[in-house]
Write a protein that binds this ligand. Structure first.
Ligand SMILES: *Cc1c(COP(=O)(O)O)cnc(C)c1O
Length: 442
């Protein structure tokens, strides 16, 4: 059915009757009908498609419609859905016990894989989500430096821990005000904000308060305001300033880890942070997060040091089995990264060409196998420019792509994720859908 994306039948089959029913029922029992807000598809005015199964790069909704998945569970499914080695590893793990609350050899193996691949990570602690890992990284940075201030970049997402839910504020020296109800202002005041890619702002902030800053946390390639790559020299400046002022540099590699390269964004850009936060891919599709870094910092964690951190299900045998299988497969096939990049590039070129041919103003930002399109703007290097893109056009584009069998992220502020399971014919289908959909935009 996907072979001819233009048929009438395909458009008809894209009705979401069963998903609508499920969503109505879900909304009765789950706030907003979803367990994570973006899934509600509000920003693209759609009923969320309830999913029944996925295999490779294909995903099926409750109405039986098959699509090409460009979300990949927001990154973890870099090898595609139902990858045989991961499935087998999880099955085997399930048969020998779901959880013990005691250490296992599998945790040692996953930790060794991570430390072996990411040079700046000498020790790693496994947790259950990216959010949890960020929370621990911040606590560690504060304990290690004896300072309270954390710097974050506007538009970077670091999970839903209080200190990171900060958006507005008034200038350099002002702490942020909370971006969510329920975050005390006093707490938010310890989070300082800067604009992504703003080197002057960064220099000024360090000149004024460098000796009070515990850490800077950043997505080394931003992928939660749409994709925004770091400009040349930006990450190096961050590294130099944090070293000069004895502040820590935390790379949030929850998306970029094992995606931009087998050594993450830090390998890709050749910048070593002090602490690294991981998640998504390292769990192979099951809930895992990790914080890792220099041994002298990591050894501040309990039970060795005074920084408390714990987790009943941390290092869960199933999650660890899935993560080990995923990382092992990635490392066995190092050419995957080059292929992912090529596929993403093909899509980038196609969008740019179609934009030119149809006279549609747009920008494609791409970093490795992550990309996103911003309509109605010519350049996006930070969150303000990202916010200025045309949401109505993305909403229109999203619906047209959905009807042509392409499941894109339901927000223009999220990355499109390419996986190893996307075959040339899938990429061709996506390109045809892009050409038709962009030509129809008003
Ligand atoms: C997804 C994400 C997180 C949060 O991870 P969860 O597992 O959803 O808590 C943190 N940082 C970045 C960069 C992310 O993309």
């Amino acid at each position: 059915m996907l072979d001819n994306p233009e048929t009438e039948m395909n458009f008809k089959s894209a009705e979401a009757t069963r998903s609508q029913q499920l969503f109505a029922e879900a909304s009765e029992y789950i706030p907003g009908g979803v367990n994570s807000p973006v899934r509600a598809c509000k920003s693209v005015n759609q009923t969320p498609r309830f999913i029944t199964r996925a295999q490779g790069c294909r995903i099926w909704d409750a109405d039986g419609v098959e699509r090409i998945d460009m979300v990949g569970s927001w990154g973890p499914m870099i090898l595609g859905h139902g990858e045989a080695h991961i499935v087998e590893a999880v099955k085997q793990a399930a048969e020998t016990g779901m959880s013990y609350g005691a250490p296992t050899g599998g945790e040692v193996e996953l930790a060794k894989l991570i430390c072996g691949q990411i040079k700046s990570v000498e020790q790693v602690r496994l947790v259950n989500s990216g959010t949890e890992a960020v929370m621990t990284a911040i606590r560690l940075a504060r304990a290690y430096t004896g300072r309270d201030y954390i710097v974050k970049m506007d538009g970077c997402y670091h999970g839903h821990t209080d200190a990171m839910l900060i958006q507005a504020g008034s200038g350099l020296m002002t702490g942020g005000i909370p971006d969510s109800a329920g975050v005390p202002e006093a707490y938010a005041a310890l989070t300082l904000r800067l604009t992504y890619n703003d080197q002057t702002g960064l220099r000024d902030l360090f000149a004024q308060m460098g000796d009070k800053i515990a850490a800077v946390i950043i997505e080394p390639a931003a992928a939660n305001m749409g994709v925004v790559p770091p400009q040349p020299g930006y990450l190096q400046l961050l590294r130099d300033l944090t070293i000069k002022h004895d502040s820590l540099l935390i790379f949030d590699e929850v998306i970029t880890g094992f995606r931009l390269s087998a050594s993450g964004a830090q390998g890709y850009f050749a910048i070593n942070p002090d602490l690294t936060v991981l998640g998504k891919i390292i769990g192979g599709g099951l809930p895992v997060g990790a914080v890792g870094g220099r041994r002298d910092i990591m050894s501040m964690l309990a039970p060795v040091g005074p920084v408390y951190q714990a987790g009943t299900l941390s290092g869960n045998p199933l999650a660890v089995a899935a993560g080990r299988a995923a990382l092992t497969r990635l490392l066995e096939q190092p050419w995957i990264y080059e292929q992912l990049e090529q596929k993403a590039k093909e899509i980038e070129v196609c969008i740019n060409e179609t934009g030119r041919e149809t006279g549609t103003l747009l920008t494609v930002n791409r970093c490795g196998s992550l990309l996103s399109v911003f309509f109605g703007t010519g350049s996006v290097t930070n969150d303000v420019q990202a916010q200025s893109a045309d949401r109505t056009m993305y909403t229109d584009f999203y619906a047209r792509m959905l009807n042509r069998g392409v499941y894109l992220p339901p927000s223009m502020f999220e990355a499109w994720f390419i996986s190893a399971a996307h075959q040339p014919e899938d990429i061709n289908h996506i390109k045809r859908a892009i050409r038709s959909s962009i030509s129809e935009l008003k």
